[in-house]
Design a binder for this molecule. Sequence first.
Ligand code: MN
Length: 202
Amino acid sequence: MAFELPQLPYAYDALEPHIDARTMEIHHTKHHNGYTTKLNDAIQGTDLEGKSIEDILANLDMSNGGVRNNGGGFYNHSLFWSIMSPNGGGNPSGELAEAINSVFGSFEEFKNKFSSAAGTRFGSGWAWLCVHKGGAVEICSTPNQDNSLMPNTGCGGHPILGLDVWEHAYYLNYQNRRPDYINAFFNVINWGKVAELYAANK
Ligand code: MN
């Protein structure tokens, strides 16, 4: 079974004005679609064919650039669409809020640290909130399409919130103003979905 580009759970213009429709459409139909196609090409005829994406990334040979870049790109964008919503924003609640408060002290401090991880990632990459077994959360960032499921990225645990800071994610609307894009992202975070991922992977 080849990997398939997932449909967005909302329309391309649903996240406006925070993320514009044209950016969403290109990001999904060109970038994410490209990673998906190239991932399938990279694993075709190898022993990775038929494995889950989580399994492929967790056991990745990091020198395999085709699978690393396109497998990461396939996984990261699938997560990214799912943790945004036109009804997003606000604050987390329940055990996720408790985990965030216990590590960072407050939601505001979490937001500052996550925004800083996203803002200081040089070049292309992602900022992450990850959960470790036991329930502790961690903020980290990775270059390119790496993520915490891969070996030795400096990021541990399972990703539950990710922000794409590649220029293709924001340049049409925000040009070089990455901090404005990061700030806008907080208006569309689907905390219910993040809490679901937290509960499933803690
Ligand atoms: Mn992207």
